[in-house]
Design a protein. Structure first.
Lengths: 111, 116
């Protein structure tokens, strides 16, 4: 079992729609979860982090964490073509400095 | 977010040469930096954790003598790929953690290494 599981996609949504990206993780002890956006040929950019169960909103982005079910999701409202990228889910392994990344979900927002 | 600068952004070299990549934290001090490698359409793979003033910690399967890491100051870590071969061609990305809980990981812009 991979430590972080993400659907590779591509996930295609029309412009203006809500994009929903999901991720499951295996480390029950982890306390810190992150979503990164990576454009082709570029390095990842941190867009959301969440430490507590529930929802966290920042602009058009909402991260949702459910530790009991070991999943974290990212909602992007009013999706724009510029949101088209690969979204990487990551967590910091409990008790370490190690960050574990998923393989990413490729999102395509269609104009 | 915090700024991590990485140079060069692209290197093309002949097989057998050594390549040095620099990673700097511009607006914060980083006692720990991380070096990742990413092959096309794959996820980030942690290569090593760079600790200021001490030896780097390498992940299993990463050759210490091939990937030399030096973290001489709180703002600079370097990765040297020694005697590079075509199979070392990859996207190398450095990162550093900061924030109130020192948990937000910020990345440099990456170095695309192509070994001919």
């Amino acid at each position: 079992q991979k430590e972080v599981e993400q659907n590779s996609g591509p996930l295609s949504v029309p412009e203006g729609a809500i994009a929903s990206l999901n991720c499951t993780y295996s480390d029950r002890g982890s306390q810190s979860f992150f979503w990164y956006r990576q454009y082709s040929g570029k390095s990842p950019e941190l867009i959301m982090f969440i430490y507590s169960n529930g929802d966290k909103e920042d602009g058009r982005f909402t991260a949702q964490l459910n530790k009991a079910s070991q999943y974290v999701s990212l909602l992007i409202r009013d999706s724009q073509p510029s949101d088209s990228a690969t979204y990487l889910c990551a967590f910091r392994r409990a008790g370490t400095y190690k960050y574990i990344f998923g393989t990413g979900t490729r999102l395509k927002v269609l104009a | 977010g915090a700024v991590v600068s990485q140079h060069p952004s692209r290197v093309i070299c002949k097989s057998g040469t050594s390549v040095k990549i620099e990673c700097r934290s511009l607006d914060f001090q980083a006692t720990t930096m991380f070096w990742y490698r990413q092959f096309p359409k794959q996820s980030l793979m942690l290569m090593a954790t760079s600790n200021e003033g001490s030896k780097a910690t390498y992940e299993q399967g990463v050759e210490k003598d091939k990937f030399l890491i030096n973290h001489a100051s709180l703002t600079l870590s370097t990765l040297t790929v020694t005697s590079a071969h075509p199979e070392d061609s990859s996207f190398y990305i450095c990162s550093a953690a900061t924030g109130s809980r020192n948990e937000k990981l910020f990345f440099g812009s990456g170095t695309q290494l192509s070994v001919l």
